[in-house]
Design a protein around this ligand. Structure first.
Ligand SMILES: [Zn+2]
Length: 338
């Protein structure tokens, strides 16, 4: 009678169980150390000795029934939990996939690659050099001795009296000449970062340049003009015109500022070209004999030309951008447009 009641109570409670935690609670309640079945077994000792065997057998039968039932229900719950998990994790092949966002090259890098491509197609190779440079290579070997007034135009970041962040990529030209002199020819371009103490809408303390140098016998000013005209037409389009104006650089003689017909108005005059129809894009000239001599060449036998341009300036004209600082803001909305 007592056992029958216990079984009914067990069945009543276990039928409400819906997960493994609840099942475990019931298991403890009936079969645990202080569980009801366990207590019933302990209570056998209170019975008269002659009744104990039969009563004990009955309780053990009940215990086995409960154990078997719990085992069966536990397996069912485990299977159900597994089925649920599998159905949740099922792969829906109709869902759109995750797309990987591809990065892009920075517009300045794109412009640099384009410039390198044009000059290498004309037989130039790429040379690079240190951004932390000796005063000698940055100034002196380029015919800019310590007291030269033109140094003021390139105020730099000095690390010591003799070491600074390079203000232009020209020291690469000196290093290349020094390495190869007196061998000929040299035809290089040197793109890279340079540093000056400037900061406004058209100047940044760090910016990028690309310089070019050709040294050989019989190099003439017309060679310089031909190379630059080819470059300009390749980069800005075949209708672009070029104009040279006399200028001054300590490391070239003669020197010229190079203008192109305005890429916006085609030379008619607009706001960008300030009504002139022309845009200044680079400086160039014949390598100064003293620069050649210092690098180890005989300037009576050898001539050369050099040119240099700011990559930001070129990129601003190519893309029609009016503030150089946009290149360094790292605004993804801006960068995605290129
Ligand atoms: Zn214009």
């Amino acid at each position: 009678m007592h056992n029958e009641e216990l079984w009914q109570r067990y069945m009543g409670e276990i039928s409400k169980v819906s997960n493994l935690n609840e099942l475990q609670t019931i298991k403890v309640k009936f079969l645990g150390k202080k569980g009801e079945v366990t207590l019933a077994l302990k209570n056998l000792k209170d019975l008269p000795p002659e009744l104990r065997p039969e009563a004990g057998q009955k309780i053990n039968t009940l215990k086995r029934l409960i154990e078997e039932d719990l085992e069966k229900r536990e397996q069912e719950l485990l299977q159900r939990a597994l089925d649920e998990k599998l159905s949740k994790e099922a792969i829906d092949v109709t869902l759109p996939g995750y797309s990987l966002k591809l990065g892009k090259l920075h517009p300045l890098t794109q412009v640099q690659h384009r410039i390198v491509e044009i000059f290498t197609s004309m037989g130039f190779s790429v040379a690079t050099g240190p951004e932390i440079e000796k005063d000698y290579y940055n100034f002196e070997a380029l015919n800019l001795p310590k007291d030269h007034p033109a140094r003021d135009m390139q105020d730099s970041f000095y690390i010591t009296e003799e070491v600074l962040l390079r203000t232009h990529t020209s020291p690469v030209q000196v290093r290349v000449m020094e390495k190869y002199a007196p061998n000929l020819p040299i035809k290089i371009i040197s793109p890279g970062k340079v540093y000056r103490r400037d900061d406004d809408a058209t100047h940044s303390p760090m910016f990028a340049q690309c310089e070019g140098l050709a040294v050989d016998r019989n190099i003439r000013f017309s060679d310089l003009k031909g190379v630059l005209l080819t470059f300009i037409k390749e980069l800005f389009g075949p209708k672009t015109k070029m104009r040279l104006r006399p200028s001054y650089f300590p490391f070239t003689e003669p020197s010229a500022e190079v203008d192109i017909s305005c890429v916006i108005c085609g030379g008619l005059g607009c706001k960008v070209c300030k009504g002139s129809g022309w845009l200044e894009i680079l400086g160039a000239g014949m390598v100064h004999p003293r620069v050649l001599e210092m690098a180890g060449y005989d300037s009576s036998m050898v001539t050369g030309f050099a040119f240099g341009m700011g990559l930001e300036r070129i990129a601003m004209l190519l893309y029609g951008i009016d503030d150089l600082r946009l290149f360094y803001d790292n605004d993804i909305r801006f960068l995605q447009m290129f």
